[in-house]
Design a protein around this ligand. Sequence first.
Ligand code: PEP
Length: 255
Amino acid sequence: VIDKRRPLVAGNWKMHKTVGEAVALADAVVAGVGQVQDVDVLLCPPFTALWAVSRRIEPSRIMLGGQNCAFEREGAYTGEVSPVMLKDVGCNFVILGHSERRRYFAETDQNVNRKARLAIECGLCPIICLGETLDQRNAKETFAVVGSQLEGCLQDLSDDQVRKVTIAYEPVWAIGTGQTATPETAQEVQRFIRRNVADRFGDEVASAMRILYGGSVKPANAASLFEQPDIDGGLIGGASLDASAFTAIVNAARC
Ligand code: PEP
């Protein structure tokens, strides 16, 4: 049983940054936290900038991830990007099931599950996003919604496959709104997620699993979130577009 999980801080750049802008941001992040040892730092640029960013971060400890991937390795799937291709450009991670993909691109738990299994087969670690909407929270459905997303996304995965998975709890009402979950609120849901994983896959898998919090994490609130026992780092949207804010958030996760 692992008492202390190594924190992971991931920047989700969403649909921002041309290649030139992405390289400049990557260089600034490398200058700030490129050699940090006690936190895993991950950048997830848009697909078009992955290769260029991969080159820039190579001398550092910073890792690379995609923001989504296809559910097949290759074929006639116009507009899709295979996990094989992500691995090929230097990715070790892929974000799956982000609430923006669920909302605008009809992503389902079933799809996320299929993508997660393929991503793992291709050597990528999926970061699977879960979270309730404001209406669901107000209707006291948070645990039911998050529990059912978790169940669907991890369906039929083996213990060994689940060991590769990171979960990101991202309450939809906190993403890009400036409204952060309190550390206690996030901790309560993240403890529930870990218990749920323990019930299905055993204590050892659950205690080793990293569970991130995402939703308006900023330098001012990062430390109080990261000190919660079941919050193992963050998935950072808006603040990851600013190298000094992102650097401060990474530093807040240091042990
Ligand atoms: C996200 O998109 O994963 C996210 C958490 O965004 P923000 O930090 O901007 O709320």
